[in-house]
Design a protein around this ligand. Structure first.
Ligand code: PEP
Length: 256
């Protein structure tokens, strides 16, 4: 099995940007630009309050809507949180879990990332599970250890049959929103390491079938060479996903 057999996924992460009305316009514009570009799955992960207008705007197009987080409990006294079944009922298909901004600013740990992933998968969502090293870890030469540990902890207890709904996003934290991009070689090296860990956990077949994205200042200028790498099966895109024309060019780069 090789890259040609894996699903390439280009996903936007809008973060805390776009009001509901702005979201409707941006989704429609993006959908128009990526119409018929079926060489990859196109996903926009949007703030919770944008989900309704985004889902409505994406109806009948090849753009899928995702959320940016999900709580691990099904319901209860968790003020301000959103459950997986709330998302699915709203038409959400994907959810980002473990984004570095959640880990950095909101106390997310590998334990809670694992719980959120399980809750989302059990509700039928596809999970874009983010992991990656911080700058000090890369400089200390421990990137492999860090991403291997995160992969193992974040996937702990997730059964093999649910791995078809898990997408890993390798996001070196030093490259997110900084304008610094991992070189294609760095992205390839770490995506291959993650695939190797998945192979040890679940076997070669599942590892080869798992989509592993790169994320970190991917844009219309650098996407093609990153996506050309054997183990890079798509991108998770922050800043550039807010501009439909730029995002659509990244989708174009994924058509090859
Ligand atoms: C992200 O938010 O996951 C991301 C990669 O952001 P940016 O593309 O802006 O670096």
């Amino acid at each position: 099995m090789n890259k040609a057999t894996r699903k390439t996924i280009i996903a936007g992460n809008w973060k805390m940007n776009m009001t509901p009305s702005e979201a409707a316009v941006a989704v429609k514009e993006t959908a128009e630009l990526v119409k018929g570009k079926n060489g990859c799955e196109v996903v926009l992960c949007v703030p919770y309050v944008d989900i309704a207008t985004a889902v409505a705007a994406a109806a009948g197009t090849n753009v899928k809507i995702g959320a940016e987080n999900v709580h691990f409990e099904a319901k209860g006294a968790y003020t301000g949180e959103i459950s997986a079944s709330m998302l699915t009922e709203c038409g959400v298909e994907y959810v980002i879990v473990g984004h570095s901004e959640r880990r950095q600013y909101f106390g997310e740990t590998d334990k809670t990332v694992n719980l959120r992933t399980k809750a989302a998968l059990n509700a039928g969502l596809k999970v874009i599970l983010c992991l990656g090293e911080v700058l000090e870890e890369r400089q200390a030469g421990i990137t492999e250890e860090i991403v291997s540990m995160q992969t193992k902890l974040d996937l702990a207890g997730i059964p093999a049959e649910q791995m078809k709904n898990v997408i890993i996003a390798y996001e070196p934290v030093w490259a997110i929103g900084t304008g610094l991009t991992a070189t294609p070689e760095q992205a390839e090296e770490v995506c291959a390491i993650i695939r190797g860990v998945i192979a040890k956990l679940y076997g070669e077949e599942i590892a080869e079938a798992t989509t592993i994205q790169y994320g970190g200042s991917m844009n219309d200028a650098n996407a093609a060479e990153l996506l050309a790498k054997k183990n890079v099966d798509g991108g998770l895109i922050g800043g550039a996903s807010l501009v439909p024309a730029k995002f659509a060019k990244i989708v174009d780069a994924a058509q090859a």
